[in-house]
Design a protein around this ligand. Structure first.
Ligand code: GLA
Length: 370
């Protein structure tokens, strides 16, 4: 077991007196390209990162324990805390007709919280996989992902798409995951940064974004209105030449979505050809479209992307919903230190929060550890 899984198991034993029956864990994610496309029936290209949430579960009881927060909560009452995510999964499993019995769980995690690295999808995916194993439900990964999305939408109350849950449950090591968010087909796309001498640098601006509090749901509504005006079910079906029939924010949002879907498929081609220059140009184009058309960037994210470009990064962009959170850059391995220092200095000069930096490798999705 990984250290984090050991931690969850030990916390379970210490808290509840017996060892757990099952231990599972699930990773957070970054999205390489394909932003705000998932809920428009489009394409995304995330990869799972080596930061996870682990959960140890056992039959009987109804308590949820967080080793990180040192607190116990009931399995049943909604209270707008971290515990709503496992509760939500139990609820969504019930909605999908899968019976779970009383259980206890202990959690331990190291996905940064509120940074847009999908700590919430990780806790949902880890819980769903652990319960599937504990109660012998025999659900497929895709089914678990759909249950986790339903948990987030119907119980937690965030109208997110399917990307984060898919990434956390279906990614393969050393690869990104191309997801067609309409058909829910997914396929791994090799992401061999190492042999290209590149590193995936992540900058957490430490500007927190609670999805429920942001313009996320508003963007969704704008997209739905644009699709309605065009007479298509989802913006996935809008063609470039149709967009002249739109105006105002509807046109801006739709232009982003339509162009971003094209960029994702181009990016997949570029990765398959190991053409990171082309891949990187698509990342910059995605960022510009998110900044100017979708209007979900903030000065911190724009500053990171501009400084990365100035320093010669092949590509950089905000990742996740925007409004704060993280940006990513492809950068020459071994040379990220100087770039990070430069960014820290400029952020300090501009009065921004001190950013955190990570270098991630693409890992496999959720696993049952025991
Ligand atoms: C959040 C949501 C995802 C997706 C992204 C934007 O991460 O949870 O479903 O919509 O924003 O691409």
């Amino acid at each position: 077991m990984r250290a984090l899984e050991e931690k969850a198991a030990a916390a379970y034993t210490e808290k509840f007196g017996d060892p757990p029956d099952t231990v599972a864990s699930a990773p957070g994610r970054i999205n390489l390209i394909g932003e705000h496309t998932d809920y428009n029936g489009g394409f995304v290209l995330p990869c799972a990162i080596d930061r996870r949430v682990a959960v140890a579960v056992g039959r009987s009881g109804n308590e949820l324990y967080s080793a990180d927060f040192g607190e116990t909560r009931s399995l049943t009452e909604k209270d707008s805390s971290w515990a709503d995510y496992p509760r939500a999964v139990v609820w969504a499993m019930g909605e999908a007709g899968h019976r779970t019995e009383p259980f206890r769980a202990a959690f331990a995690g190291n996905v940064p919280l509120g940074s847009g690295l999908s700590s919430s999808a990780a806790i949902e995916a880890a819980t769903a996989l652990a319960l599937d194993s504990l109660f012998g439900l025999g659900l497929k990964r895709k089914e678990l992902a759909v249950i986790c999305q339903k948990a987030e939408n119907g119980f937690v109350g965030v109208n997110s798409g399917i990307m984060d849950q898919y990434a956390s449950l279906l990614c393969e090591a050393g690869a990104a995951l191309l997801v067609d968010c309409r058909s829910l087909e997914a396929e791994p796309v090799p992401l061999d940064l190492e042999s290209a001498g590149l590193t995936l640098l992540v900058c957490d601006t430490r500007v927190e974004r609670g999805l429920a509090d942001t313009g996320y749901n508003q963007r969704r509504e704008e997209c739905e209105r644009a699709a309605k005006t065009l007479g298509v079910g989802e913006l996935r079906d809008a063609r470039d030449e149709d967009l002249d029939r739109l105006s105002g924010v509807e046109e801006k949002r739709a232009r982003h979505v339509v162009s971003e879907n094209v960029r994702v498929l181009d990016a997949v081609d570029a990765l398959r050809e190991e053409d990171f220059e082309r891949f990187g140009r698509l990342m910059y184009a995605s960022h510009a479209s998110l900044r100017d058309g979708y209007e979900v960037s903030i000065p911190e994210l724009d500053t990171f992307v501009a400084l990365a470009e100035e320093a010669g990064a092949p590509g950089a962009r905000l990742t996740g919903a925007g409004f704060g959170g993280c940006a990513i850059a492809l950068f020459r391995t071994g040379e990220t230190g100087a770039l990070c220092r430069k960014i820290e200095t400029v952020f300090a000069d501009r009065g921004f929060n001190k950013p955190d930096f990570y270098e991630f490798v693409p890992v496999a999705g959720a696993e049952v550890a025991r």
